[in-house]
Design a protein around this ligand. Structure first.
Ligand code: GLC
Ligand code: GLC
Length: 833
């Protein structure tokens, strides 16, 4: 069953009924000011950091799931004020045009989630109300553009109430420290603008404001007055009686609500704008007059005035649309498959930008108060957004490199505001440093910016420790060479990509973190996955070294490259000797030196990670292991909802395996479909030439392709979720943790670079599609380093052999070098036979 549809022309997902299985959300903002907004207007806003600068309040794990947000109430003033009859919200009194929180049965309802904006519209009792929410580029504010139309045959006398609840800035403290927080709330109300200034009197130089374009009939700033005792957001006392209380918050719960009265003639339409924003004053200029306690509003007032104005607001919206046109133009495809097209052209790219902006901080499943930026997560996310924002990718990459340690290892996480490694979680996730190599190499392929390797970057942010970025990468390789186990495979440390495979943890104490508890020496447990990743990283380093001029003349560069190649070859042999189980790659060795992910195990006999990643690294191509491993995946792990992480699921907790066995079977790392690593198998299938299987796997987890089963899938049909419940779970096929997941970047890479096969390389643009037999071809445009490539792929035979031509002139190989004559546009034809 579907709850809406894709409007690909408008680049929107249109939700046609409010009661989606879970809140279906979107993001507002793309620079410093951000908001989350659900299809019923739930959610919150923050400036830069969802924990430390939270602007509006939101209660996670609430009932209903999603309550608290950017709510508007409409009330019909012709009704007698006072407590309404039981029919509240059913025509007698008032309603919310976004359905929540009053939940009236709206006559029609649509929520259009677009790129950086959301429009929620409905009709009720002959009144049409539509609100567009967005954040203008370059501004620290959001605009709610509300258009009200009277579709009745008679005039309508209406009251409009806006509402938001302010957060006392620190999102965690706000939800826990009530003995203090109930006494610190402060506001100012001036020229009908509500200013939230809690803690401004002391060490903060920032405040929030909430303004309205119309003259006010009243306002409220104290939540409990607005709502009334024992009431929720579904029936605020102010709305019910039809008049604000003009409350001024002193402590307790600071909110913002405007009350506007309008009379609309039959057929008349009116637009009302609300502006919610964040503003900073210079420390020495906080107050005006200087010796008062009144906020200095000189610099904020012009901003408020500007965005209360309709033409400025419309222009800002047009600017936002343009911005997305330009970001998405980096890669556009027209293939025979609509799910591929809309995910590549719109939604998957958009989700990759969300992971760039948010990392794993704020979604409806990440509370914004938890972990900082993950080292491995951020490096992998970069693979999905580097083509859209290369300069910002560069900056992110250098920040990450600066949290590496002199050993070549890395802090597992870092804090976005301080840019420092996070000591609570520490280091020793032994896959981490290699993701830096994968990210840097992707960045150079995209941009041709070899200079980035010369950048002087510190270790652990310590001044004086700077070396070139290139040396950081070399040390990452060395990190593994210094940490090899009994079989010559890399030691796993606290965990590798699979955060829950904690082979040195042995925790029997409730509440201990599996990631930070280490009860074993760690000199035995090894990871075949890291071995595969290491081989991939070494192969990339070899390619970098041959081309990186700073390393010397061609002979010297080759010598360095050969060393990396040798390391990759040796590790490949080690994997053949100790990491092969007969039909698939072994996953790891535990602290007792026993295999994990082997037919000899009782549970967890085969894991997905080494099958996909070893093949990406080129392991097993020359001896048939690659094909065998992928056939085993198909046989043991593939389900119609995607590929399981491992089988058989762990039916009990194993002290020596850690968190992976803590989950009930079928969930999370214990045998769910962990969508992040499915694309490794898709990519691997293209490497062995199987386009049919690759696209088949792609479509099993593609959210658009799952739209028809939205009542089972439950999360948004326009973005990937971290996991889909595996076949051992009672809810096989149900997705969880949408939006902020490495799934976004890797699926983008698998479809755009491997299946469609359009991939930047160090020497130019590779075009090597591995598409299903039934596809006759496709067209794509790819912008790379200022050149637009118009590509047409034509299938003439059943194979994957490519013949390329530029403007009809055949060229050798499958890589198109950058045009030397300054051409900005290249027409390419790729014939497959
Ligand atoms: C989560 C983590 C990621 C990890 C994955 C598998 O998505 O953010 O770092 O690789 O789980 O455990
Ligand atoms: C939990 C999650 C996993 C995540 C890890 C680290 O174990 O299940 O997905 O990567 O925490 O935060």
């Amino acid at each position: 069953m579907k709850y809406g549809y894709f409007d690909d022309q408008a680049r929107e997902y249109v939700i046609a009924r409010p009661d989606t299985p879970l809140p279906w959300i979107n993001y507002l903002g793309c620079e410093d000011y951000f908001g989350l907004i659900s299809n019923t207007a739930g959610g919150y806003s923050f400036f830069r950091d969802a924990r430390l600068r939270r602007i509006t309040r939101y209660r996670y794990n609430n009932v209903p799931f999603d309550v608290g947000g950017r709510y508007i109430y409409i009330r019909d003033n012709t009704l007698t004020p006072g407590p309404s009859p039981i029919g509240r919200g059913r025509g007698e009194g008032f309603w919310s045009p976004s359905w929540q929180p009053t939940q009236c049965s709206l006559e029609d309802y649509t929520c259009r989630h677009g790129l950086g904006y959301t429009t929620i519209g409905s009709t009720y009792a002959g009144i049409r109300a539509e609100t567009r929410y967005f954040v203008p580029l370059g501004q620290n504010l959001e605009i709610w553009q509300l258009t009200i139309t009277n579709q009745r045959l008679t005039p309508a006398d209406l009251s409009i109430f806006s509402s938001i609840e302010f957060c006392l800035w620190d999102g965690l403290d706000d939800q826990t420290n009530f003995q203090r927080n109930f006494s610190i709330g402060q506001v100012e109300i001036e020229d009908e603008v509500i200013y939230h200034k809690s803690e401004y009197r002391e060490r903060r130089n920032h405040f929030a404001y909430f303004a309205c374009s119309e003259p006010l009939a009243g306002y409220d700033t104290q939540r409990d007055t607005f709502l009334g005792p024992y009431r929720g957001w579904d029936r605020p006392a102010a709305v019910e009686r039809g008049q604000s209380f003009n409350s001024e918050a002193h402590g307790w719960a600071v909110m913002g609500s405007h009350h506007v009265k309008i009379v609309l003639a039959a057929g008349e339409s009116r637009e009302i704008r609300f502006v919610l924003g964040y503003h900073e004053n210079p420390q020495e200029d906080k107050f005006a007059p200087p010796n008062s306690q009144t906020i200095n509003k000189h610099t904020v007032k012009p901003i408020i005035a500007k965005y209360l104005n309709k033409s400025n607001t419309d222009a800002a919206f047009a600017g936002l649309r343009k911005y997305w046109d330009s970001l998405l133009s980096a890669y556009q495809v027209q293939s025979p498959d609509e799910h591929t097209n809309r995910m590549v052209n719109i939604w998957n790219a958009y989700q990759c930008m969300a992971t760039f902006n948010m990392s794993r901080s704020a979604s409806f499943y990440e509370s914004g108060i938890g972990r900082g930026l993950g080292f491995r997560d951020s490096n992998q996310d970069l693979l999905g957004f580097v083509q859209m924002v290369p300069e910002r990718a560069r900056q992110r990459m250098l920040e990450l490199a600066a949290t590496m340690l002199p050993s070549g290892g890395a802090y597992h996480q870092y804090q976005p505001l301080t840019k420092r490694g996070n000591n609570d979680v520490g280091s020793n996730f032994n896959d981490d440093p290699h993701w830096m190599i994968i990210a840097v190499s992707a960045y150079i392929k995209e941009t041709g910016d070899w200079d980035v390797l010369n950048e002087r970057v510190p270790y652990d942010n310590a001044p004086g420790s700077e070396t070139s970025l290139y040396e950081h990468l070399e040390r990452a390789i060395q990190y593994t060479l210094d940490r090899l186990g009994p079989h010559g495979l890399p030691l796993i440390g606290r965990a590798d990509w699979n955060d829950c495979l904690n082979l040195n943890c042995f925790s029997d104490t409730p509440g201990q973190s599996f990631q930070t508890t280490t009860n074993k020496e760690g000199n035995v447990a090894e990871s075949v996955f890291i071995a595969g990743l290491f081989v991939h990283a070494c192969r990339e380093m070899a390619k970098v070294a041959t081309r990186y001029q700073r390393l010397g003349d061609a002979g010297q560069r080759n010598q360095i490259a050969n060393r990396f190649t040798l390391l990759a070859d040796q590790m490949t042999q080690t994997i053949y000797a100790h990491g092969w189980d007969g039909e698939w790659f072994v996953r790891a060795y535990d602290d007792f030196g026993h295999k994990v992910g082997s037919k000899d195990c009782e549970e967890g006999q085969i894991f997905i990670e080494p099958q996909g990643y070893c093949v990406i690294a080129g392991i097993g191509l020359e001896n048939g292991y690659a094909q065998k491993a992928l056939d085993s995946v198909n046989k043991h792990l593939a389900t119609r909802h995607g590929i399981l992480l491992q089988q058989p699921a762990f039916s009990q907790y194993y002290l020596y395996l850690g968190e992976i066995s803590s989950y009930p079977p079928g969930y999370k790392e214990n045998a769910s479909i962990f969508c992040h690593n499915n694309p490794w198998v898709m990519a691997a299938e293209t490497i062995v030439g199987n386009g049919d299987r690759a696209l088949d796997y792609y479509l099993r987890i593609n959210p658009s392709a799952r739209e028809e089963i939205s009542d089972l899938h439950r999360t948004e049909p326009y973005v990937y979720s971290q996991m889909i419940a595996g076949r051992d779970a009672p809810t096989h096929g149900e997705a969880k943790n949408s939006w902020l997941t490495g799934t976004a970047a890797w699926n983008y890479v698998a479809i755009t670079q491997y299946i469609l096969g359009i991939r930047p390389t160090f020497d130019g643009l590779m075009v090597a599609p591995v598409i299903p037999l039934r596809w006759k071809g496709f067209k794509a445009t790819r912008k790379l380093q200022g050149v637009t490539y118009h590509i047409e792929v034509i299938r003439q035979g059943p194979g994957n052999t490519v013949s390329l031509s530029i403007d009809g002139q055949p060229i050798a190989g499958n890589v198109v070098p950058r045009p030397t004559g300054g051409e900005k546009s290249v027409r390419l034809t790729a014939v497959l036979c």
